[in-house]
Design a protein around this ligand. Structure first.
Ligand SMILES: [Fe+2]
Length: 284
């Protein structure tokens, strides 16, 4: 197949994919191309692709086994892998999160298909969690690599799982911060106030716009992202209906960064990170 036409949409992450239509979804080599593009850009956008329910499911299934969510509404009984996200019927996903981290086996990727768009607003934003991790000082990075976080779904009798606070991408070995405000509850290695304070700091730190990209949806658009190294949120600035379909792909379970594997760094980098994601100038 022809090489994908990738155009970045921001400095931190995100790229549009051109040169692909519904007929190209079954092309041999497409999934490998998409995996490569995700390693570089972490979230990909397919403007106006507008796949059928079956085509969305089948594209997801070529990326890996599909999750059947335990309770989110499905598009049809015989297509349980495709969820319906309808702001007129269910709560908006307006808190920064990574999907289903309350599962022992959280998804590694997800796809959203915009079916009915609000006339204004209702964008989605994503965060590059590699960039967040890279922005922290070496001392904090080393400490975080020793910790886990307990996640739950916030419901009574909730589903719960414990994952490393720093997760490595299995293909690149690159670390990413892996906590999120919607599902993260506590760090069991710390006292309750210590856990609350550290998580509050991490949530506030990672939600900075400089780590983000933002997509303004049109009907038919599709987004595909790597759940292992990103956060996302709906920008809740619309009261109009927003109807989407979603599939989530299962794969490797969260893998911790070994504190021993962290490369020694220059003395000048011991107190704070530097570069594009540097700490300088940030004021709480
Ligand atoms: Fe989500």
């Amino acid at each position: 197949m022809a090489e994908l036409e990738l155009t970045p949409i921001g400095g931190a992450l995100g790229a549009t994919v051109g040169g692909l239509d519904q007929h190209g979804l079954e092309a041999p080599g497409l999934i490998d191309e998409l995996r490569g593009a995700l390693r570089e850009h972490h979230v990909l956008f397919f403007p106006g692709l507008d796949p059928s329910v079956e085509a969305l499911r089948d594209l997801g299934a070529r990326c890996g086994p599909l999750e059947v969510h335990p309770y989110i509404e499905k598009v049809a009984e015989d297509i349980p892998e495709v969820c319906v996200l309808d702001t007129s019927a269910t709560p908006k996903a307006d808190i920064w999160h990574t999907d289903v981290t309350y599962s022992e086996h959280p998804p590694i990727a997800a796809m959203l298909h915009m079916v009915e768009c609000p006339p204004w607003g209702g964008d989605t934003m994503w965060i590059n969690c590699h960039g967040v991790y890279d922005s922290l000082s070496i001392g904090l990075r080393q400490f975080l690599a020793t910790l886990t976080c307990i996640h739950d779904d916030g419901r009574q009798g909730s589903l719960q799982a414990e994952h490393p606070v720093v997760r490595i991408h299995p293909d690149t070995g690159r670390p990413a911060l892996y906590v999120n405000k919607q599902h993260g509850r506590r760090i069991p290695q710390l006292s309750r106030p210590e856990s609350q304070m550290l998580l509050a700091f991490l949530y506030k730190w990672q939600e900075q716009v400089k780590f983000s990209c933002r997509w303004h949806w049109q009907p038919g658009d599709v987004a595909l992202w790597d759940e292992r190294v990103t956060l996302h949120v709906m920008v809740d600035d619309t009261h109009e209906r927003r109807l989407m379909r979603r599939v989530t792909v299962l794969g490797d379970d969260p893998q911790a960064l070994s504190p021993d594997s962290m490369a020694p760094r220059a003395a000048s980098d011991q107190s704070a990170a530097s570069g594009f994601y540097g700490i300088g100038g940030y004021d709480f």
